[in-house]
Design a protein around this ligand. Structure first.
Ligand SMILES: CC(C)(COP(=O)(O)OP(=O)(O)OC[C@H]1O[C@@H](n2cnc3c(N)ncnc32)[C@H](O)[C@@H]1OP(=O)(O)O)[C@@H](O)C(=O)NCCC(=O)NCCS
Length: 148
């Protein structure tokens, strides 16, 4: 498995995966806008034998890092692709001297919550009515740093 930066050539594949994996998927143009216009955005692909197995977005906002999305293609799930990506995220947080890593996750999304707990994130609050279908989100956070 390798990690590489997401490029324009990946966008249609990612939009297709996104539609398979998420209730409120981002469109191809949402991802394109992130690549083009968001200086804080970092988007990566986990690739297995030339195939996109997973992807994630990470905003690196000074001392804060935020996971915007993370997904593993169905055929590659439960094979530690997301774990590989979370390890890469941890490393990026350290390299960028982030103090905190955070994300929002649907309260019903137990698989993702289990993944994040495994990587040291804790539920710190509930964001009521966070999604457009009115589901609540958990805010999950971990302290990364110890940097002065
Ligand atoms: C959540 C998701 C990214 C996990 O990806 P994955 O590559 O299958 O995860 P891994 O194989 O690295 O699993 C790591 C840990 O996550 C948890 N986990 C993953 N899938 C799980 C499932 N279906 N049920 C329960 N726990 C699960 C387990 O703790 C697992 O550790 P284990 O293998 O030691 O049991 C994947 O299910 C997915 O893409 N879901 C749809 C998109 C999504 O919900 N993204 C998160 C948005 S906040």
């Amino acid at each position: 498995m390798i990690l590489r930066e997401m490029t324009y050539d990946d966008l249609s594949t990612i939009a297709t995966l996104e539609a398979e994996l998420f209730k409120e998927p981002w469109s191809q143009s949402d991802f394109q806008r992130e690549l083009d216009e968001n200086e804080f955005a970092n988007y990566y692909i986990a690739e297995i034998d030339g195939e996109v197995a997973g992807y994630f977005g990470l905003w690196l906002l000074f001392d804060q890092a935020q996971i915007t999305t993370i997904g593993t293609a169905k055929k590659f799930q439960r094979q530690h692709v997301a774990s590989f990506m979370m390890e890469a995220i941890d490393q990026m947080c350290v390299e960028n001297e982030c103090e905190f890593l955070s994300l929002e996750v649907r309260v019903s999304n137990t698989p993702a919550q289990n993944l994040y707990k495994k990587f040291g994130l804790d539920i710190v609050s509930v964001r009521k009515d966070y999604y457009s279908d009115h589901e609540d989100a958990y805010l999950m956070v971990k302290a990364v740093g110890g940097f002065e």
